[in-house]
Design a protein around this ligand. Structure first.
Ligand code: MG
Length: 216
């Protein structure tokens, strides 16, 4: 007999409950949370900053939480941009979890923001299993990560309805056809929205905001 009980089902149930409470807190405060996931170097921070610029210009108030295993590089960038921001160092965890996010939310000036970007820890595996209580998920991939990124992480993409394919300015240089990525995404998530972006030039940022329902 191989009866091994890990209790993992209970852990997941608990995470879902905590995420639900975060969702309710944000909804009560009229804050729209966006869980931004993607590998290290995909351009999550840069895209958040570009989106924030456009939203702020429209009078939408933006805040950001930087989730990283260690360090405060992204947090400092959010602060330099003048965004109300918080830092979560996970130390031993490869993902944010709803409990840590709750602690950050409890300290956060939620009455000062309309949109809150939560930048998850940089990888495409662990964050897929931990809902944070955000209204929407956004996955950022860059063409420099190769043509097989979506095929290697089907779970993440199947459950994410908005994907940004970033660093489009480098697609030709690295010899990646973004249409291959789009087709792979369509295969795992026929109803998702995919936007081609380049955070450096600002290409696709408006379209991305629109895909996230943050602008009309
Ligand atoms: Mg970052």
């Amino acid at each position: 007999m191989h009866e091994i009980r890990t209790g993992f089902g209970d852990v997941l149930k608990r995470q879902l409950e905590l995420a639900e409470r975060n969702y309710e807190l944000l909804a009560d405060q009229g804050v729209r949370g966006i869980n931004v996931m993607g590998a290290i170097g995909s351009g999550k921070t840069s895209l958040i900053l570009r989106m924030a610029e456009r939203l702020l210009a429209r009078g939408v108030r933006v805040g950001a939480i930087a989730g990283d295993v260690a360090g405060d590089d992204d947090f400092k960038k959010f602060q330099a941009a003048g965004l109300p921001s918080a830092l979560i160092n996970t130390e031993d965890q490869c993902h944010l979890d709803p409990h840590r996010v709750r602690h950050a939310l409890d300290e956060f000036p939620l009455t000062e923001v309309d949109v809150l970007f939560v930048e998850n820890v940089g990888n495409l595996v662990c964050p897929a299993d931990f809902p944070l209580g955000c209204e929407q998920d956004l996955v950022v991939i860059s063409v420099t990560e190769g043509e097989d990124m979506i095929r290697k992480h089907p779970k993440m993409f199947a459950q994410t309805d908005v994907v940004a394919i970033n660093k489009m300015d480098l697609a030709e240089v690295v010899g990646v056809d973004p249409q291959r990525l789009v087709e792979d995404y369509r295969r795992v998530n026929p109803h998702g929205r995919v936007v081609l972006t380049d955070a450096k030039s600002g290409r696709g940022v408006e379209e991305l905001l629109s895909a996230l329902g943050l602008i009309r």
